[in-house]
Design a binder for this molecule. Structure first.
Ligand code: NIG
Ligand code: FE
Length: 411
């Protein structure tokens, strides 16, 4: 099956050689071909170029992209998309004055989601999660990472990861999975944090690894959740199973989680709403991707990750949704990109780089996704008729997407 996109007004993120991420001042550069074509054979990008140079005369399917922008699909490197039910009541409680912390201390928050998930059958959990996945694909997401962490028992954590794996197989869609058993201390371990860490490390971790259910390991390194000591214990234990860290750090407090992640070669450190100079120094000369989650900042009214500071220090930044029922009940990467421009003062070029190639890097997919590169997966967004790509973040809240292609097929 061959597909030819012609008359593309702007073809974004065209990278001749396969680069794995962009950093610092380079994030301002977004390679664009104007009046371009893109040729797909089966599920892969086969060639790209200018319309004036086109030599391909026919294809099984031709899509005219006059006045439309084409770009690689969004790479959402941080989600908790597999969850049960919702926490709309806590949303209302927050409007009425309770804080996120107060809700969590009353047994709400992550523990509330864990209770719901434990009571939900695997098939039902799959059905709810599949609906969310289908929705975000329509919104232009073409690769995604999914964490466990709403199970908090061995069986429920494995159930979440099995559901994520089943999504990957059912949809033939790039999904990376992360084991986040250390997301919160369950009620029956209250006052026995070490006991819960023992369970995570000695029982859950080996099963996750043995059943090949995750590639990455995560922990909520935060006051009131897990300490630096817990984090180090887990990351050390995970090494023997080759589970690479991608960790929650600095959401509410900065106390050394970033440096610890770097020490254990974390692929990414995520959140970073609170960030100090030591964190920046730790990230310099590392291969760890800082990941910002602006929809979470928006929803919880907490600070935005200082992306400008990171980029000015020569560092890369990736953008992701953090799709979850508590702090970010939205998987919309278009909103993330807009919010990064509006609230974090990222330029459209920086935000698009952060949401494509750098997002792919942050989940180990930059060899196959995140740019328009010959040989990469034909996962593409075709916009509606727009003046230029600046309109994507500018017209925030609008649906600017007309079509999404996954593995070369319009879905
Ligand atoms: O990334 N910060 C930790 N975990 C999630 C939210 C957890 C929840 O409230 O359900 C996050 O924001
Ligand atoms: Fe998260």
């Amino acid at each position: 099956m061959t597909t030819l996109l012609i008359n593309i007004k702007e073809l974004l993120q065209v990278r001749e050689t396969s680069i794995s991420k962009v950093s610092g001042a380079d994030m301002k550069k977004l390679p664009v071909l104007e009046n371009a074509y893109l040729y797909i054979i089966d599920d892969v990008i086969s060639s790209v170029g200018l319309m004036v140079d086109i030599e391909i005369a026919s294809a099984d399917k031709i899509i005219d992209c006059t006045n439309k922008v084409v770009l690689p699909t969004w790479c959402d490197s941080h989600t908790h998309l597999v969850y049960a039910g919702n926490r709309a009541q806590e949303f209302v409680d927050r409007i009425n004055g309770l804080s996120y912390e107060e809700i969590a201390n009353r047994g709400g928050g992550i523990l509330n989601s864990a209770k719901k998930l434990q009571e939900t059958s695997e098939d039902e959990l799959f059905a709810q999660s599949a609906k969310r996945l289908e929705e975000v694909i329509q919104l232009g997401t073409g690769a995604i990472e999914i964490k466990s962490g709403y199970g908090l028992t061995t069986e429920a954590e494995l159930k979440m990861l099995r559901v994520a794996k089943r999504l990957k197989e059912t949809y033939n869609f790039p999904i990376k999975t992360t084991f986040l058993g250390a997301h919160a201390i369950p009620a029956n371990y209250k006052g026995n944090q070490d006991g819960y860490m023992d369970l995570v490390i000695n029982e859950m971790l080996p099963k996750v690894a043995e059943q090949n259910l995750a590639e990455y390991v995560d922990i909520f390194c935060e006051k009131g959740y897990f300490t630096l000591e817990d984090t180090e214990r887990l990351l050390k234990a995970a090494q023997q199973y080759n589970l690479i860290p991608k960790i929650h750090v600095n959401q509410f407090n900065a106390f050394g989680g970033v440096a610890l992640g770097v020490k254990y070669n974390a692929l990414s450190v995520d959140h970073l709403e609170e960030l100090n100079d030591d964190d920046i120094s730790a990230l310099q000369n590392s291969e760890t991707m800082p990941v910002a989650l602006p929809s979470c900042s928006y929803f919880l009214s907490i600070p935005y990750t200082p992306a400008r500071k990171l980029m000015d220090a020569g560092l890369p930044v990736a953008l992701a949704t953090d799709y979850n029922p508590g702090s970010t009940p939205s998987g919309n990467m278009n909103f993330v990109v807009s919010t990064a421009c509006i609230k974090m003062k990222m330029t459209p070029e920086e935000a698009i780089n952060a949401a494509t190639i750098n997002g792919a890097y942050a989940m180990g997919l930059s060899e196959t996704h995140g740019s328009i590169t010959v040989g990469k997966a034909a996962n593409l967004i075709i916009t509606k008729e727009i003046e230029s790509y600046n309109v994507l973040p500018y017209a925030f809240g609008n649906n600017n997407i007309e079509q999404v292609l996954i593995n070369g097929k319009v879905i």
